[in-house]
Design a protein around this ligand. Sequence first.
Ligand code: EPU
Length: 337
Amino acid sequence: MEIQKNISLKPYNTFGIDLPAREFLEIESVASLQNVLKLENRPKLFVLSGGSNMLLTAPVEALVLYINIQGKTILEDDGKTAIVQAMAGENWHELVMWSLSMGLGGLENLALIPGKCGTTPIQNIGAYGVELKDVFYACEALEMSTGRLRRFTAEDCNFGYRDSFFKREGKGAYIITSIALRLTRTNHKVSTSYGAIQSELSQRGITEPTPLDVAQAVIAIRQSKLPDPKVLGNSGSFFKNPVIRTEQYTALKKKFPELPGYPQNEGMTKVPAGWLIEKCGFKGYRKGDAGVHEKQALVLVNYGRASGKELLDLAHSIQDKVRSTYGIDLIPEVNII
Ligand code: EPU
């Protein structure tokens, strides 16, 4: 076990914030993770995965466990569906492309989402009309207090919009070590109704898209409006899309007739945060090196040397303006550390 001291976390977070970890340990197997959890007088732990959904605002005064457990395999395959297992440290997009190359469908709409497989259930990643929960079969996680391995079904995970058991009751109590997904081998159900997918496919002259066609369309759409974290630091959508009561939506709509809204269950309506932020004048805004992406107002960006605090200040200004204009609270999707 080689614990490094005072390591910069800049290469480990997609915002590219340069703050240190007091101690840092790369974890490459479930057994070594269990050994750490068994340590007597174990220091405070901080679990780090792809670093694609966090904003560092202070040094991490803890032992950072960088979860990099590799391995992916097909656990079961009956010719109609297959169960694919990926260890927590596998890169998500590589899993998507690997499953497609094996002829399996289900992950195509989730192509190019940054991050590693282990954290995908925590916030139930989603894009272009599909969420992880739609393909989720099970995951395994180590209970931090005991080091015991526990299996969670989809029901145990209690998934919601960018939400799960691991963000609520189970917060900070488990480290996910692997995920298993149920994918289709035949009768793929491609989902092309969201946003620009259909027009992207038509432009390519595709009328009966395969899962790979859909993935390629999603990749093109994402590349056209979401910044590549390797080029411009960011953490994807900074806020969740607010879900408000439909009465509040209807009242707002009278005042702001163009306000988009997507009906949800139980008298609720989802409002695109990107629209609210854009209308408040922040799209393309920049102060120092902290900014709002010019093509997608829901994405905050680091043009180089922005500190976590500067990005957080910008997030607060956006929240204040949206609250005073629309009476809507924007909740960060990104974890603020
Ligand atoms: N919009 C604007 N201005 C903007 C951005 C968006 O007016 O600058 C409005 C438009 O009305 C647009 C609508 O917002 O039709 C939706 O925009 P978009 O399709 O870009 O998606 P989003 O709601 O902003 C969500 C996810 C993304 C995911 C996309 C595509 C959340 C918080 N974000 O964004 O996920 O890629 O849908 O499915 O739900 C992420 O979570 O990090 C992420 C990138």
